[in-house]
Structures are given as structure tokens and as C-alpha cells.
Design a protein around this ligand. Sequence first.
Ligand code: SF4
Ligand code: SF4
Length: 363
Amino acid sequence: MFPCEQCGCCCRMVSKVSFARYLALDDGTCKYLDKETNLCKIYDERPDFCRVDEFYENVVSKYMALEKFYELNKKACKKFQAEIRGYTMDEKIWITYKTEVNGLPQELRFSKGAVEKIFKPFLIKLSELREMTDRKVVAFIAAPPGTGKSSVAQFLEHFSREHMEFTPIRALGMDGFHYPSEYLKANSIVKDDQEILLNDIKGAPETFDVDTLQEKLREVRQEGTDWNIYDRMIHDVVHDVLSVDDDIILLEGNYLLLKEPRWTNIRVLADYTVFIKARPELLKERLIARKIQGGLSPEDAEKFYYASDGKNVERVLNNSAPANETWMLQPDDDYFKIEDDEDVVLDNIDLNMEGEIPFEDIR
Ligand code: SF4
Ligand code: SF4
């Protein structure tokens, strides 16, 4: 299968391709590209030339070896990527950082592009906000499960502390704001005429003590506070464990921007917000793989996904308020930024490519 990164760069440059130009809007982007999600709005019915492998099978295989066809496609991809995002698939540089996630040593890997174009500007933004106010700054990273938000937050904390140009940030999670196990086992909600024990849906928005989270966030913005944690040894929350007195707090969690009762009280306590989007199929793949890695059989991992994670993914993706910044997770674990006007950031454009790309370079 052709190693498409789903960067969407080709879809943003259809005006440069003679046979695809009929799809182009005034800015050169395909009219079927959803700029918010970077996904094709007609994916199942997209034209033949948008399907590399099928196009090869049905049209090109008579004339050309697959290897050659892939090589030509990659060449075109690299031109589009250089123009749109400033670096190509081959130039993507991965950097590994050693840190801790949820108390365990971890090696985190991010692309240089994400660090330079997303993470550093984000840390600069937070440092500037801190300078503009006489209280502490609170930022949120909200995202559905499986988007790597804990790793990103840990990395940002680590990185901000290593580089003098940023005000050091403190990364926090909201796992410590589940209701205690005892409460979850004794209380239920009614949904579709069915009574559901909170303990059976642990991790869903209803299982969080949003009032306490709200109170702690208020305290953290002023003098600081002692933060709750989730202890994975006892599988329960422990109150007031982490002393938090930092100038910039970065809170990550699934539901921080949820447009639902109780959760909307949380959003107003953030000075700056980020939302990480991803294609639902990509999250499904990642979350099932995570469960298999944790010891479940593939069948049980899939069952768990549909019963739990999948519902939360859907709820967060479909019902979160807009953030100040939106980042998009890619299949290769890279991120890119979608701007406020829902267009991809076009800084660092390499203007080498002018005029049309010849057809033979695209096939
Ligand atoms: S430019 Fe290439 S890698 Fe990016 S979406 Fe198009 S085909 Fe895939
Ligand atoms: S039809 Fe879909 S896949 Fe093809 S260029 Fe447009 S957005 Fe991209």
C-alpha cells in the first residue's frame, strides 16, 4: 500500500495539477477538503486519481511497475509538502526525548517540524500571557483518548524547563478528579431508560467530580493548590497530593472543552486552549493496539473499544467547543496545526515551486 501520510498537502494544491484543477477553489484547495479536519468530504466517492493503489491497479499497472509508480507519487508528494508545510516526508526529522509519563520512564518522539512550528510557538504564547497578568496562567489541552495528549503535555513541561526563553510550565492531568471508587460503585445514571452503574463506565464524563476540579482550578489560578492524583496501584483517586505553585499550568484531559452541563464551567477557567483532533479510525486503531499491548486479545480489545473508548472518542470529537488552537494528529504520530480560520499554517513556505507540476511527476 502506498505510504500516504494523510498530510492533505496534495488536496491543498489541486490547482497546480492540470487534471485535478476542476476541483480547485480560489485558494487552490480542493472543494471537497474539509479544512477543519483535513479530511476528504467525499472519501468513498473521491476521484480515481486520489486513490493511489486503486488507480495503479485499474489504470497504470499495464504500463509501469508498482515501484516506479510509487516513486513518482512520492516525488509529487514531496513537492506538495515542501510547498505547504515546509518539509517533505523524507526530511521529517524525529527527535527522541526522555521523560516520565504517568510516573513511568518514557521515550517521547516528536518531529522537528512539530517542535518548531507548534510546540515552541505555543510555549512562547503562554510565556507572553504570563507576562501580561499578575496571576497564574491556565492553559488546556483537550483531546479525545488516543491522541497522545499526556505525552505532549509532559514533553512541553520538560522542554519549557530546559530552555531559558520560556517560562517553565507545569503539566497536570485530570485523572485525579474521577469520583472515588466507593462513589462510583454506589451511584448510577439513567441513559436510554437504562440504569448504568458509574463504575461500569469509569472514564466517561459522568464519572468525574467536575465541581472539585472547578474549585481546584480556581485555586491554582490564584495562590496555587494541592492537586489530586489517580493512584494506579490502588486504582483510586488520592486527594491533595501534588503541591502546585507554578506560574503556568497546562492541564490535559478529554473533556475540558465539552459543551455539556457541568463541563462548560471548566472551559471559562482557561486562559488559552488547544484541541487535538484526529480521524476517528486512526484513534480506533491506536486505542485497540494499546489494549492488545496491555494484554487483551484482539477480539476483547475491539469489544472494549466499542463499549468504552469509542463512545468517549465520539463524544469529545463531536461535542467540544472550539479552542484557540487546533492541532491534528497524523497516522505517523506527527502533529500539524490548523489555524483559527481553519486553514493550515502556511509559514515557512518554500516558493521554489512555481507554475504547474507536469503530469508525469504526479502519476
Ligand atoms: S501529499 Fe502524499 S502523503 Fe500527503 S496526503 Fe497526498 S498522497 Fe498522502
Ligand atoms: S477529492 Fe478528496 S482526496 Fe481528492 S483532492 Fe479532493 S479532498 Fe483530496
